[in-house]
Write a protein that binds this ligand. Structure first.
Ligand SMILES: Cc1cc2nc3c(=O)[nH]c(=O)nc-3n(C[C@H](O)[C@H](O)[C@H](O)COP(=O)(O)O)c2cc1C
Length: 345
């Protein structure tokens, strides 16, 4: 049975990946509702945290009902990372994760995130210092390597294990791949099955269904899997995956009426948590995904995406229930995610 620090998990646990601008408390509320076994905050800049930038500190908000939750930091300056870990000692996550996987130029280019895969001495120093001061179990998340010429995740895993991390998540792509192409799980399996690796290995990359999740567990023996993009606009994927892992059967996708209820619940959490109009703005992309498969929906979608008050959105949701409530959704269209989205700025 997987255990990270004092947190114990059921067999074959399914985690929500940290996603900048996505995994805020309202989205996590939805993922928890559908059974995510561990969730992560958006990543947090060590520099921002020690400057006590308000927006950064707010990312540390965690509510008891969502536990266990990990929080994630990134940065390339050891002093700042150590100080950030000390700062987080005053917050209350269950796990502190270090980001060694972010491919975005302004982060990786400076040597933070996946950039650290090219500077193992610095990665070692930062990890040791964070592990030393943190009062939480420290984990890390990384990729296969910088590019296809430097697939060093096995070496990285052994080193991080020596530094005292308590689990490692591996996203089966290189930095150079960003989010393109298919995730390659072979190396993830190789790390997991390395006899010198004793820490839990969490596999990540392109899990979009229960069937794929089961195949990954079976083929690579990972201790847990982590889902990112497929949960966006589809937080019920956790229920689907867990049901499949337990029974080998697929659940039907949510009906339009269920989607209306989920959208309403998500909206309320979002406006409760976010200040001003942000709670509404940030729901727009979720609405697009929730209702993507409804045919002849263009006009209603436009109204939904331009509504500026909760009342307006509420009446549009009522209208969707009335007008489209009995429509049968095409599963493939409904589950089509943002998998090709590449974040390469
Ligand atoms: C919008 C977005 C934001 C992300 N932000 C983070 C982040 O803050 N920290 C992190 O470790 N990974 C981040 N990632 C990477 C995901 O955690 C995950 O490793 C990646 O999407 C692959 O998993 P998937 O195929 O299930 O999406 C982000 C990915 C996306 C799409």
């Amino acid at each position: 049975m997987l255990k990270i620090g004092n947190t114990e998990f059921n067999d074959r646990p399914v985690f929500l990946a940290p996603m900048e601008d996505v995994t805020d408390p309202s989205f996590r509320y939805m993922c928890k509702k559908f059974g995510a076994d561990l969730m992560f905050t958006e990543f947090i800049s060590a520099d921002g945290l020690i400057r006590e930038a308000q927006k950064t500190v707010k990312k540390l908000d965690i509510f008891d009902y969502e536990r266990p939750v990990g929080t994630q930091i990134y940065g390339h300056i050891p002093d700042a990372m150590e100080e950030a870990a000390r700062f987080i000692n005053n917050a209350d996550p269950d796990i502190l994760d270090i980001n060694y996987g972010c491919p975005v130029k302004k982060i990786a280019g400076r040597g933070a995130g996946s950039g650290m895969m090219r500077n193992l001495p610095l990665m070692k120093e930062i990890t040791e210092r964070v592990v030393k001061v943190s009062r939480f179990p420290v984990t890390a998340k990384t990729r296969l390597g910088w590019d296809s010429e430097s697939l060093n995740v096995e070496e990285v895993a052994l080193m991080l294990q020596d530094c005292g991390i308590q689990a490692l998540t591996i996203h089966g792509r290189t930095r150079a791949q960003m989010y393109k192409g298919e995730a390659d799980w072979t190396l993830i399996g190789k790390v997991k099955n390395n006899p010198n690796i004793h820490i839990p290995i969490i596999g990540n990359g392109d899990i979009t269904s229960g069937k794929i999740a089961a195949e990954r567990f079976n083929a690579f023996g990972v201790d847990a899997i982590m889902i990112g993009r497929a949960a966006i606009g589809r937080p019920w994927i956790f229920r689907e995956v867990k049901h499949y892992l337990e029974t080998g059967e697929e659940l039907p996708i949510p009906t339009v009426l269920e989607r209306v209820d989920y959208a309403r619940e998500h909206l309320h959490k979002s406006v409760d948590y976010k200040e001003g109009m942000r709670g509404i703005y940030e729901m727009r992309r979720h609405f697009t995904m929730y209702f993507k498969a409804i045919p002849n929906f263009k006009e209603t979608r436009l109204k939904l995406l331009t509504a500026n008050t909760v009342e307006e959105i509420e009446s549009l949701l009522d209208l969707i229930a009335d007008k489209f409530g009995n429509v049968e959704l095409n599963k493939e269209v409904a589950n089509l995610g943002i998998y090709e989205k590449s974040i390469d700025n």
